[in-house]
Structures are given as C-alpha cells and as structure tokens.
Design a protein around this ligand. Structure first.
Ligand code: G6P
Length: 488
C-alpha cells in the first residue's frame, strides 16, 4: 500500500558540502527517525516544508514536484512545500511554536502571557492557516496524481503544525483515509481556552476530519475525548474511544512510539561513537550524571541544575567525584522565549560551577551541540540519566539511553512524560517541580546497590526491545486496516 506522509520537518534537509555541492542531511529529532521506519517497508511520498535556503534550491530545481531521495538505506519520494518567508515565520515562530506548543505543554505563565493581539491574529490567518492550505494543496495534488493507488488512499499527517490540514483535504477528497499522529501531550480541555473560540474550533474541526487520531498515551486520548465533549453536535463514546461527527466515526488511539533497536545496536559499535566514548572515559571523574535535550522550556533544564546544586550542597562528599554532563542542542532560537531560556541555563550553570568548582573539576560540563555520536557515547557511560521534563509527549532519550547503557545506570524520570507509563516502574520517579525530590533522586541513583541497579537496567532494556519501533508501526496499520475494512 503506497502512502503519503506529511510533516513539517522532512526526512532530509539540504546543505552545501565542502565543495559547494548540495547534500542531504537527515532531519533532526525522534519524529523523523520513527517515520523513516514507516517509510522502510512501503513506497512513500513525503510532503514537508523547505526549511533551509538549499531546500528551496532543490524545490525550485524540481519545479515544485517530487524528488527521489536515497539516504541512509532509505528510498522515498519527497515533495517540499515552499511557503514565503513571512508566512512561514508566522506559522512556525508565532503560532506552532510557541503558542500551540506552550499550550500543549502547559508552559504559559497565564497571568502575563500569551496575549492574542493583531500580531498573533495576523500570524494565524496569514501564517498558520495559509501554510496549512499549502500542505493541503500538496496532498491533494499527490492524491490527484495517483500518489497512493487505492480507492481510499492513505494519508498520514504528523503533529501540531498541521491541525487544519485534514479538514482542507477532506473537503476536496472525501474518500481519502486520513490519519494524524500528535506527538506531543494533549492537555486538559481548559488549557485551550487561551485561544479565541474561532481558533479553538478550527483546530478541533481540523483534527476531527481525520479517520484516526493517534497519541502516545492513554492519558492524552482521555484528554482529547474530554475536549470533544465540549463541542456542539459531536458525540463521544468514551468506552470505545470513538467520536461521532458529521456522520463519520473517528477513532482515537494510543500507540507509544519507540526506537529502532537494531539501528542503535549498530551505532553503538561505530567508529564515531567509540572515539567519543574513549574521550568521555578518559575525562571521567567518579560518577557521571547525564542529560541530553533540545534547549526547550518544556525540558526543565534550569530546575535540573538547581536540584544538582542542592544535591552538592547536601552531600559534599560527592564534590569532585561526580560530573553532570549536559549535552544540549540549541533549538528554535528565533523565538524570544527560547533565547531567554538559553540565557537562564547559562546563568545557572555558571552559578553552580562558580560555587563548587575547583582547579581540576567543573561540576557541570555543559556542551551546546548537536552531535548524535557523542550523545550515544554518553548514553553508554552514564550512572544516572536525568529526564525531568515539565511535560513531554513521549521522550525517546530515556529509551535510547536505557537501551545502550553499559553501566547499569539509573533513570530518573519525570512523572509527567509519556515514557513514564512504560518505564516508570523501573526508574526513580520525580515530580519536575520538586527540586528537593530531584536532589534526593540523584543521591539515591548514585548510591543504589549494584543488584538493584542491574535488575532495573535489565527490565528497561527488555521493555524497550519488546516494544520496538516495528510494533508501533504494525499496530497503527492493523487499526487502519480494521477501520477501512469495516467501512468498505
Ligand atoms: C519535538 C517533538 C515533535 C515535533 C518536533 C518539532 O521533537 O517531540 O513532536 O515534531 O519537536 O521540532 P522542530 O525542531 O521541527 O521544531
């Protein structure tokens, strides 16, 4: 079955190589990795935004049509959409991030923000709506060109950038089978009330044009169904997790995303990872606490360092015998809130290093970089991994690091992240706002006896392997088949 994948960030992005030629680089983040798994077993046309000037060159050369991509064992057909710069800025940097992202991660400080003024309203109409239309046009062109040969061609859309797109496609192709995966939390219904009614309703109507709406956890499914209950003319069957609207049944389902274990097994032995691992081992001073994150407000990086500060204060015996390695990838820096957050991170790191550091010891080794082999090397070497996000759809770092770690390292997991439903019982659970609790968890992780560590680490590896990426994909296709079959 051929299929059309749609996501804002594509499987590859282009840049200039050393001698000026265009080269494809794999798109960042867990979403691309997961979707490449979907693309591995079937012919796929992938529609995504042109995000770099080189992407635009590629788009122009293809005259807006599709490009054959062969990258890293993957073959697919890619079609870029190229919004004009101002529309894209409004769609991505004003509405999708931060407005919607902050709502879905409970990040707004409601006493002061957000404010929906002219700027935001224009960004909605001329940015978010306009770019969703471009995506819908591209999907329709694919459907009309026979991109997916079947009576009910399958379109799989991904994430919060594209909430309006399904309804725009449905209008023109009532027979298309539309599936949308939302990779971030779906919050409680009131959270959406920071948006004016017309925006809220457009989002809900857009998403409800799908045949199946997918999330990572049952909690997000429940929250979504509650949001639907507030809508006029919509019926919700909580037990079956089905919404009835405009004479159609919409299924709402949870499929916890996972990782490609085989890929990580190969990667851990690669030359690049082994080299970085040697460097980490050579610099090791006693135990290693690790975090690997995009520099996103939802990741709770500042509180993590404050908790470490409390830990060093209360347990001076650990000073000079532990290092907190923080591999942080700069992210969305065109957005003011992200730039400010980065400054706050730097300030807290300087404060902690200034307070406890000695001539030969830096308590926090923070590196702002996007270096995947180095992250995997650090995954292998940690004694405690801190994943204390405020809220997070899934968080694949915990799965990746838990799978490849070689030291029976302990996971410290926020109780508010999707992966906690799967791995929480083998980890130390923390509340992301509770600094004292996180400091205690760090101490507990670093003093846990070897047997307990081995048991927990073994359970984590077993669970991650059992629920690999193929299972995630198969379960979705099983439901698609079931729903299609039931209707034809
Ligand atoms: C995170 C989320 C994904 C989302 C992505 C967008 O990785 O988990 O659900 O699609 O961010 O990130 P970007 O870098 O493309 O803005």
């Amino acid at each position: 079955m051929g299929l059309i994948l749609v996501s804002n960030r594509g499987p590859v992005s282009y840049r200039r190589g050393g001698s000026g030629e265009l080269e494809a680089v794999r798109g960042g983040g867990g979403l691309v990795t997961a979707l490449l798994g979907v693309a591995a077993s079937r012919p796929v046309t992938w529609i995504a935004s042109a995000m770099t000037p080189e992407d635009v060159v590629v788009w122009r050369r293809a005259a807006g049509g599709s490009i054959a991509v062969e990258h890293d064992e993957h073959r697919l057909s890619l079609r870029f959409i190229n919004a004009d710069a101002q529309a894209y800025e409004r769609y991505y940097n004003v509405i999708a991030n931060p407005l919607i992202w902050f709502i879905q991660h409970y990040l707004w400080d409601l006493a002061v923000a957000p404010e929906i003024g002219e700027h935001e309203i224009n960004a909605w109409d001329e940015g978010y709506v306009a770019v969703n239309r471009l995506f819908a046009d591209a999907v329709c062109r694919e459907l009309e060109g026979g991109g997916a040969e079947s009576d009910r061609p399958l379109v799989m859309l991904h994430d919060y950038h594209l909430y309006l797109c399904p309804a725009l496609v449905r209008e023109r192709h009532p027979q298309a089978f539309l599936h949308q995966f939302i990779h971030i939390p779906w919050p409680q219904p009131d959270s959406w009330r920071v948006l004016p009614r017309r925006m809220r309703e457009a989002i809900m109507n857009g998403v409800l044009a799908n045949d199946i709406i997918a999330f990572h956890t049952d909690k997000y499914v429940r929250n979504f169904l509650l949001s639907c209950e507030e809508l006029p003319g919509v019926e919700v069957d909580q037990e079956r997790a089905v919404v009835m609207t405009e004479g159609r049944e919409v299924w709402v389902r949870a499929y916890p995303v996972s990782i490609d274990c085989g890929y990580f097994d190969r990667l851990t032995g690669s030359a690049a990872v082994l080299e970085d691992e040697e460097r980490i081992k050579a610099a090791r001073r006693g135990q290693l606490i690790l975090r690997v994150d995009r520099m996103d407000l939802s990741k709770n990086i500042v509180r993590g360092f404050k908790a470490y500060d409390i830990f060093l204060e209360k347990h001076p015996e650990f000073r000079e015998r532990v290092t907190f390695l923080a591999l942080l990838q700069p992210s969305r820096e065109d957005i003011r809130e992200y730039r400010e957050y980065r400054r706050r991170i730097v300030a807290v790191v300087e404060a902690v290093n200034g307070r406890y550091g000695t001539a030969g010891w830096r308590p926090i080794d923070m590196r702002m970089q996007d270096d995947f082999p180095c992250s995997v090397a650090a995954y292998k070497q940690f004694d405690a991994l801190l994943v204390n996000a405020i809220f997070d759809g899934m968080n694949l770092i915990a799965k990746e690091a838990g799978l490849v770690n070689t030291r029976d390292g302990v996971l410290i997991l926020s109780e508010n992240i999707g992966v906690h439903e799967e791995l929480g019982e083998f980890a130390l659970s923390v509340n992301p706002f509770d600094l004292e609790g996180q400091a205690r968890a760090i101490h507990q992780a670093l003093t846990m006896d070897d047997d307990a560590k081995r048991r927990r680490a073994g359970k984590i590896k077993h669970t991650v392997r059992k629920n690999g990426i193929n299972r995630w994909i198969e379960k979705q296709f099983d439901d698609i088949k079931l729903k299609r079959g039931g209707e034809s």
